[in-house]
Design a protein around this ligand. Sequence first.
Ligand SMILES: [Ca+2]
Ligand SMILES: [Ca+2]
Length: 232
Amino acid sequence: PPYNPQFNPQQQQQQQPYNPQFNPQQQQQPYNPQFNPQQQQTPYPQQPPYNPQQQQPGPPPPSLQLASNVNPEVASWFAVVDENRDGAITVSELQSALINDDGRSFELATCQMLVNMFDSDRSGTIDVREFEAIFNFVRHWRAVFVDFDASRSRQLTPMELGNALNRVHSCAFSPRFIDQAARRFARPPAMEVGLDSFISLNALIASAAHRYRTEGRGAPYEDFLLNCIMRA
Ligand SMILES: [Ca+2]
Ligand SMILES: [Ca+2]
């Protein structure tokens, strides 16, 4: 047969594997044009309009519940908060995402408390279902907080705090109790408490009130609560 210089199987085999569109290095970086941590730094409990009249949105439509069983809004926030995208939210990832209305990050202690409260499977981290519970919990307390922030300072003064605690716990706490509770959490020199402290304080009071039933042994109620709050 005549020699055909264009045919060389060896050459073609060598050339085939090269595909300029395939580059493992490039593809290892998960590219998601919609995810930009810098842009999405708006914390999830912070809703742009500071409006106490605003009611919490209702549950998602049944079709969406059937689709994923997790509120899509919650699922998209989970993706933002889970910075390293390993499917689990750590205390520090939670702290980066939770911002008080005055711009401060949540106290680490509050974030740790939230993880402890909602880590149902005791994995030490928060999965998407556990996160849904935290999301709803924080949103609920933020609505209460905003309702009682009469001065719109985005913090609660001792008087606002007293009104809130009395309503939430169906009590008539003494001014001394409110003052000491506020001092425990307020950032000096101001005596006002932010959303993170408000959430912590309410959880501590609820837990102490629960303990009082079995451990109170006739002790003055407020003293027992204060003792628990101060030691927490
Ligand atoms: Ca993570
Ligand atoms: Ca967990």
